[in-house]
Design a protein around this ligand. Sequence first.
Ligand SMILES: [Zn+2]
Length: 296
Amino acid sequence: MEHITGPIYLLRGPYFEFPYCHCLLVKDERCCLIDTAMMPRQLQEVKDSVHIDFILSTHGHLDHTHNIASFTEPVYIHPAEDVWLESPQTFMEAFGFSQHGRRDLGQLFMELGGWQQRLPDGHFQPGQVFELGQTRLQVMHLPGHTPGHCGFFFLDQGILFTADIDLTGFGPFYGTAVSDLDDFIASLNFLIELQPEMIIPGHGRGAVRSDVRQRLQEFRDVIFRREDELMARLKRAGQATLSQIVSWKVVYSQYGYPAEHESFYAMMEEYMDINHLNRLVREGKILQDEDIYIVR
Ligand SMILES: [Zn+2]
């Protein structure tokens, strides 16, 4: 357990390893755990040493909700995130496995992530403040990655837990059926303006204590670089079908689509590409004719 400041502790997960994330423990008069996807050794430590009053969940992805069924304490989440917890069917639809006829892949993914049904005990609302004692924790709705993705802002310490606005080389991630790229960009712009003193992402190297604004801008600009690259490829081709565009691997080329995960990466690439293509259509840069995208 890594001490951040006051009653705030970081349960540091791996840099990026499914299904784990960094979790936060606030050992105040009321003790609050933020996200549950910690490693087995940490889970044991937390269960043995701390009385938790309630759990706040940033969003419903498995690498944030792993272990959640092992907690009996009340769990609160944004209402739009229930789909990930309700049933295998709603999970697969939200991720996009159902639409792609990839239920087997979805099942495997859910097994790896240790999915278990655990409905939340209640919902929080954007802007809601939890008074814990010394600390006040405000819900920051940061949609895009998922519709109900939230960060938590320690109002008195200026520290923001940003979950999957994670500043890692894998992100920004908007590769599921319910992701929304415009929302993601708006969330990043909001954080850039907010200028928190410190952010703690849900993956990566841990707390970011300096150049926070610059790091957020760089993370956002990855999105624009991907879009420029996609547009450049489209201009060279003049027009292309969605499956041709997906085969360009504009987003995930650097991972080389590991053979054993080929169809999983291709699915995420498709959702990421569709997000960019929809933006380019709205901006009037390209036209869509059913499955074909045409440069204007
Ligand atoms: Zn996520």
